[in-house]
Ligand binder design. Structure first.
Ligand SMILES: [Cu+2]
Length: 532
């Protein structure tokens, strides 16, 4: 890399464009071009929703190669985009396998070398609380109950540009059926790679797939992403030491895509039931989906099956959440699948489970957060009337006796003058030298996650390896507990939720963190360890 290149040119992914997101996060309102409208992309150009390529396990073994690389590709907008990808595609392939299978994944990192920032300490903290080495990567299997050790779901692995790593995941024989996703999880690099589009779906097949009404339904994967680009349609490099007028993660436009396509069409016939496996793979963004004129019923959240289908007129997804919905088409016509985007700063969305009331309207909404068309549903033709199941093979394992309780506060560290220092957990930014919080194998714990920062922002709790059962929001017991692996925490100081989790099957170190990944890269992550 010639020394004369500026660090912003070094990625080969574009130069700095206009940004106006101050480093003081409380005034962090990105300036963006108005969201694309159907005037720019006429409705007649809407392509049918493609499915990502599928890699299936055979005789208990799934083998694949995953190539992380920058590439130029079309997403159905007026120009090709330049971003980071798996295998030159957005999203990556869907992996389709069964409990008891083995997943052998060769991760090859062909992302470009960037200058080493380890020596560019700045006024705001160390590099560990700033974007760094964002072309180094690894692989996280979000939601899978697998070992965090060695070459399995180990987020402490670093695969530098030009290197490769062989992952070998062992799926337990009793793993639940559901929809999961994979994405990079290398601290300091996560935001940049996920916002560029590096993500893919994972299907674990099992009992849910054998419910007759579900087996009869056409199945579609919907990987929802928000690709963040500069004015030249190129992913912009992060700025580890931004000025007051810059953002850590600059962008001037965001394209919400499904399976890598901007505003696709999903075709159904009246009375048809389709099964949509949906993941919100958009970095740091909340999403609420609404589709009028059809019957929508959720059957699983975060890969955990409900007892029965539940109405899903407003489907809320925090970043990282999945939902599986059965969609029964209404009468013939064209319908809008409308996305209401939310952010850490603007969290209140229809369908969001919370007990606090949203504030009244105030000021203007950022163009990034204006509701928009995500896809068109075209209902036409004819076929047999289909039905929804009445009951489902519920995921609701018994919680072991609670061995211990703890409180986890998501915090923001600021100087006396209000300047941002870092994000943290219980006041501590992520530090690999810090001893992990330890849980004992074969026990359960009750944790209360608290918004410990008076910033008015939501944070999104995610823990690896074991899912959790949300029992209370703001101290109020829920009538129906919610099984999740990712949960959006309310925006006010002291907002909380309480969960119970079994720590079964696997020992080893892993993490819990905010799934607003930019918060994670800036320190909102904690190491954990399950010990025998
Ligand atoms: Cu956060």
């Amino acid at each position: 890399m010639p020394a004369t290149l500026s660090r912003r040119q070094a990625l080969g992914l574009g130069v700095l464009g206009a940004v106006s997101c101050a480093v003081t996060l409380s005034s962090c309102v990105p300036s963006v071009t108005p969201s694309p409208t159907t005037t720019r992309w006429p409705s007649f150009s809407r392509p049918e929703l493609p499915q990502p390529p599928v890699v299936r396990s055979k005789e208990g073994l799934l083998t694949t190669r995953l190539n992380a690389r920058a590439d130029v590709l079309g997403i159905g907008v007026e120009r090709d985009i330049t971003t980071v990808t798996y295998d030159g595609r957005i999203p990556g392939s869907t992996w389709d396998f069964r409990p008891g299978d083995r997943l052998k994944v060769e991760l090859v990192n062909d992302l470009p070398v960037i200058p080493d920032y380890n020596h560019t300490h700045n006024d705001f903290g160390t590099d560990l609380t700033r974007p760094h080495e964002w072309t180094t990567t690894n692989l996280h299997t979000h939601g899978l109950h697998v070992s965090p050790r060695g070459n399995q779901d180990n987020v402490f692995v670093s695969v530098r540009p030009g290197k490769k790593f062989d992952f070998d995941f062992r799926i337990p024989e009793d793993h639940q059926a559901g929809f999961f996703w994979y994405h990079p999880h290398r601290h300091g690099a996560v935001t940049q790679q996920v916002r560029g589009g590096m993500a893919g779906g994972m299907i674990v097949r099992g009992d849910l797939d054998e419910v007759p009404e579900i087996a009869a339904a056409e199945e579609k994967v919907l990987v929802i992403q928000a690709i963040e680009l500069g004015p030249d349609y190129k992913l912009m490099p992060p700025i580890p030491d931004p000025s007051k007028s810059e953002a850590f993660y600059p962008r001037t436009q965001i394209f919400w895509t499904i399976n890598g396509v901007f505003r696709p069409t999903i075709t159904m016939y009246p009375g048809e039931v389709q099964r949509w496996r949906i993941v919100n793979a958009a970095e740091g963004k909340l999403a609420s989906l609404r589709l009028a004129g059809h019957k929508l019923a959720a059957i699983a959240h975060d890969g955990m099956t409900l007892a029965e289908p539940e109405p899903a007129d407003d489907t809320f997804l925090g970043p990282g959440n999945r939902v599986e919905v059965l969609v029964k088409a209404g009468s013939a016509g064209l319908y809008d699948l409308v996305l209401s985007p939310g952010s850490s700063q603007k969290p209140f969305l229809p369908g969001m489970p919370q007990t606090t009331q949203p504030p009244g309207p105030s000021g203007t909404v950022s163009p990034e957060l204006v509701p928009r068309l995500l896809a068109t549903i075209e209902v036409r033709g004819e076929g047999p009337e289909m039905s929804l199941p009445e009951s489902l093979p519920v995921f609701d394992p018994e919680i072991l006796p609670i061995a211990r309780s703890r409180e986890v506060a998501y915090t923001v560290n600021r100087r006396g003058d209000g300047t941002f220092v870092s994000f943290g957990v219980n006041g501590h930014p992520y530090d690999p030298a810090r001893a992990p919080y330890r849980m004992k194998l074969g026990t359960a714990e009750e944790w209360t996650v608290v918004n410990g920062a008076d910033e008015g922002f939501v944070h999104v709790f995610h823990i690896h390896v074991n899912p959790f059962k949300v029992t209370k929001i703001n101290g109020v017991p829920l009538e129906k507990p919610l099984w999740r692996d990712t949960f959006t925490l309310g925006p006010r100081l002291g907002d909380s939720f309480t969960f119970e989790s079994n720590f079964t099957d696997f020992t080893g170190q892993f993490v819990q963190h905010c799934h607003v990944l930019s918060h994670e890269d800036l320190g909102m992550m904690e190491a954990l360890e399950i010990v025998a």
